[in-house]
Design a protein around this ligand. Structure first.
Ligand code: SF4
Length: 274
C-alpha cells in the first residue's frame, strides 16, 4: 500500500547496511508477472526477506494462490522467503494443504522448495469476541526473562519510541517511551526504563514467571491460557486485580529482582548484547 515509498524506505536501510524484511498478506500478487515486477523493484532496493502470512483468517480476504504466487516469484529472484501459517488447535488450513497445492508443487519441481521456510505460527487474537484453543505452548523461550527489553529502542509508525517489539506492545501503554523528534535523546529514553520495576522484573523473569508469582500471592486470581507470552504480558498490565496484587506484594522480592537485573545487564554489556 506504500507504493514507491516502500522502495525509498528499503533504499534507506540498504544505504546504511541494514537488512530489511517485509511481512505481507500477498494481496498484490495478482499474477506471476505482477508479482515479479513488484518484487524485482523491492529486491533492487535491498529487500532481504519476504514473509507471507496465510491461514483460515487471512484466506477470508486473500487467496492461497496469491500467497504462493508471491512466494514462487520471490524464490525465483533469490529473496529469502517465509510462509507463516496461522495455527490453532482447530485450524482448517494446515501446512499439508499448502504442500499439496499445485503452485507449491511447481515450486518443488523447480527445486526452490528447500529455500522456502514454512512456519506454523500461533494465531493470536486480541479481541474478546474471538477465542481460540491451542496445543500446549512451550514457554521455555521466556523462562530466563524477556530478552526483547533493554536491547534496543523501537520506532513505531506513529513516530513513538517503544521499549520492545512484542506482539502486544500496542496494548501496554507502559512500553511507550514517548514521541520521537529531532531533539529526542535516545540514551535518556533507554536509561529511564531502568527506573521501572516492572520492566526490570520482565527482563529477568519474563511474564510467565511473574504470573506464577502473582498466583502464589493470590490464589483466587484466574489465569487464562494464552498462546504467546506477550499475551500474558499484556494481561498482567491490563488486569486491575493483578496490578493491585503486584503493588501490594512487590516489596518482598524487590531487592532480589534488582540484584538479578544488575547482574543480567552487566553480563549482557560484557557480551556486547546491549
Ligand atoms: S513479553 Fe512483554 S516485554 Fe517482552 S516482548 Fe512481549 S510484550 Fe514486550
Amino acid at each position: 500500500m506504500l507504493g514507491e515509498r516502500l522502495c525509498e524506505v528499503l533504499d534507506y536501510a540498504q544505504q546504511r547496511g541494514l537488512p530489511s524484511r517485509i511481512v505481507s498478506n500477498g494481496y498484490w500478487a495478482t499474477s506471476s508477472n505482477v508479482a515479479k515486477q513488484r518484487l524485482t523493484k523491492l529486491k533492487l532496493s535491498g529487500l532481504r526477506e519476504l514473509n507471507l502470512s496465510t491461514g483460515d483468517n487471512h484466506q477470508e480476504w486473500v487467496t492461497i494462490e496469491k500467497v504462493l504466487t508471491a512466494a514462487r516469484e520471490s524464490l525465483r529472484l533469490g529473496i529469502n522467503t517465509v510462509v507463516s501459517i496461522e495455527t490453532t488447535k482447530h485450524s482448517h488450513f494446515k501446512e499439508k494443504d499448502l504442500r499439496q497445492h499445485p503452485i507449491y508443487q511447481s515450486i518443488e519441481n523447480e527445486g526452490l522448495d528447500n529455500r522456502l521456510e514454512i512456519v506454523n505460527a500461533a494465531w493470536v487474537s486480541f479481541h474478546r469476541d474471538q477465542e481460540y484453543e491451542y496445543e500446549d505452548i512451550d514457554d521455555a523461550e521466556i523462562n530466563n526473562g524477556c530478552d526483547h527489553l533493554f536491547k534496543f529502542i523501537g520506532l513505531n509508525p506513529k513516530s513513538e519510541l517503544v521499549a520492545c517489539c512484542g506482539l502486544t506492545v500496542d496494548y501496554i501503554p507502559e512500553m511507550n517511551l514517548g514521541k520521537f523528534n529531532q531533539d529526542s535523546k535516545l540514551k535518556q529514553a533507554y536509561d529511564q526504563q531502568k527506573d521501572d520495576f516492572m520492566k526490570r522484573w520482565l527482563f529477568v523473569a519474563g511474564p510467565i514467571n511473574i504470573m506464577r508469582m502473582v498466583k502464589q500471592w493470590d490464589k483466587t486470581i484466574q489465569i487464562p491460557k494464552f498462546a504467546h507470552y506477550c499475551q500474558t504480558c499484556a494481561y498482567i498490565f491490563q488486569s486491575e486485580d493483578i496490578r493491585q496484587c503486584i503493588l501490594t506484594n512487590f516489596s518482598s522480592i524487590k531487592d532480589e529482582i534488582n540484584q538479578k537485573f544488575e547482574n543480567k545487564i552487566k553480563i549482557n554489556e560484557e557480551l556486547k548484547l546491549v
